[in-house]
Design a protein around this ligand. Sequence first.
Ligand code: GUN
Length: 285
Amino acid sequence: MANIIDGKAVSAAVKAEVAKETAKLREEHGLKVGLAVVIVGNDQASRVYVNNKKKACEAVGFQSYEYALDENTTQEQLLDLVEVLNRDDKINGILVQLPLPPHIDEKAVINTISPEKDVDAFHPVNVGKIMIGDYSFLPCTPAGVMRLIESTGTDITGKNCVVIGRSNIVGKPQAMLLLQKNGTVTICHSKTKNLKEICLGADILVVAIGRAKFITGDMIKEGAVVIDVGMDRDENNKLCGDVDFESAEKRASYITPVPGGVGPMTIAMLMKNTLTAAKQQAGLE
Ligand code: GUN
């Protein structure tokens, strides 16, 4: 039976580190840390995420500034707001919650956020920096996954790492981070042939494909570390991941649950990025 990786505990440890450093910044340099969170429209899931981000800011001692814009906000109005936030010294990080309404071009918005304040690490400048290993911000979910793998004491060097999913937000940057830690990385996706065979060779398996219980125990190598980035609903509408936990935990050495695995890490890493942004803008890092 696998050891369960406790994402809530690892996330709490990251947030405690951030809170300690934030207090130190305030005491030693009189600096406050500010995160702007922009939400457009009434997407229910986005509202929950934004509320959680605001709560996390409070918990670590940041100021959060919410900009909740109407569904009918034009692209020009949103870009104007981002430009105002880019120039505002009390804002260290800017997060525009995705998805945006269909009449707004997400790419145009991401490209307008100043790379120095892009705490999601979605701007092409930051994406490029990840590729060459010269980064300030790591994308929050892949960075959270790395922290969870680290918490198991697994040395990634030389291990077969398989990433399932090739999104710009998770799969692609995840593969880069594993590569930087000297993993031998394979990226799989919906068109991959022999997926089961490839998965069976994985010492570390990161699954971010967005299909409920897609990876089953028979696809997992005995003793593998399995990280499930999925957030899906099963046939009974119950929250589940991309991995069939019940069969997978019989084969893995370590596995993340859903919920309580990768989910809590994303916000913790966002807090860490915002702190990094504040320090860099103050010339302290
Ligand atoms: N929507 C879902 N996840 C994310 C995220 O990590 N950042 C932003 N900006 N929007 C999201």
